[in-house]
Write a protein that binds this ligand. Sequence first.
Ligand SMILES: Nc1ncnc2c1ncn2[C@@H]1O[C@H](COP(=O)(O)OP(=O)(O)O)[C@@H](O)[C@H]1O
Ligand code: SF4
Ligand SMILES: [Mg+2]
Length: 326
Amino acid sequence: MTILDVHDLVKEYPVRSGLRRRQTGSVQAVSGIGFTLDRGRTLGLVGETGCGKSTLAGCLVRLIEPTAGRVLLDDEDFTALGPEALRAARRRIQMVFQDPYASLNPRMTVRSIIGEALEIHGLHRGREHQRVQELLELVGLDPDHAGRFPHEFSGGQRQRIGIARALAVDPDVIVLDEPVSALDVSIQAGVLNLLERLQDQLGLAYLLIAHDLAVVRHVSDDVAVMYLGRIVEQAPADELYERPQHPYTQALLSAVPVPDPRAERARTRLVLSGDLPSPANPPSGCRFRTRCWKATQVCADEAPQLRTDDRGHQVACHHKELRHVI
Ligand SMILES: Nc1ncnc2c1ncn2[C@@H]1O[C@H](COP(=O)(O)OP(=O)(O)O)[C@@H](O)[C@H]1O
Ligand code: SF4
Ligand SMILES: [Mg+2]
């Protein structure tokens, strides 16, 4: 059952210059993104730094006001809610931030950080203290450490505090913006395993954002690949990793090492040339065309639309022969 339904989401930031700070252009950080997320499922969202992932995440929870588009949360138009209704609805969609150092107030104890969320929504009145302890236990932290400050915890533990804060209000959806990128590789798996366990236990839906396809592989049901503000490919996880169709996804996967050294030596690597173009001045037509080895004139003239085949695989590319377009 669909819990989050996103339609044509757009976010443009004004570009100002000169002494009078006049608007001279705009940065199209998110350029028409749509997807659905079902209860209890995980959609992995992957793309290079600067492609608009955090802007999209911010728009979904309305920390950033989208320029256009709609976000339906359990059929309710989250984008249209006034301040009062928004405050109440925020309970149902929570966010975990990339940097657990910056996102926790260093002057507050863990008890007050998590307790604040309960207070805002008037939850567990009179037993906030117990609830904080339960939440700490749920994320694998010692409940006796509730009186400590964020700097007394390791990076991985701090991210668990961020997760406990998101869980405090019993959300249906959690938007996780690169939740393990700031952590040592050795502790990333522990946090990802915790997220999976919590999902099973609580029926949560996740949008799991990463800049690396390897991170989301084993935790995602579906994976979407984003390039310069748009989704260029989306498919069930196994299908995407086994049969990547978009040249950008193929290049990203080609950069992920394979465990078998013989296979690793034998394979040809696709190397992405050039940098991500500026979203203030994106290429015409297909935005990937300046780095694509298959690009032809039509790629400059027309933006390819996402088309879906019978495996539920969506690709936006003019030169992709879809098996059976539906
Ligand atoms: N407040 C802002 N004002 C202007 N441009 C912004 C702002 N926030 C982000 N951007 C630009 O929007 C683009 C997408 O940024 P972001 O969403 O942070 O990408 P990601 O999370 O994928 O790294 C970048 O080019 C970034 O510089
Ligand atoms: S539409 Fe053209 S430029 Fe874009 S990915 Fe496909 S082949 Fe490459
Ligand atoms: Mg980001």
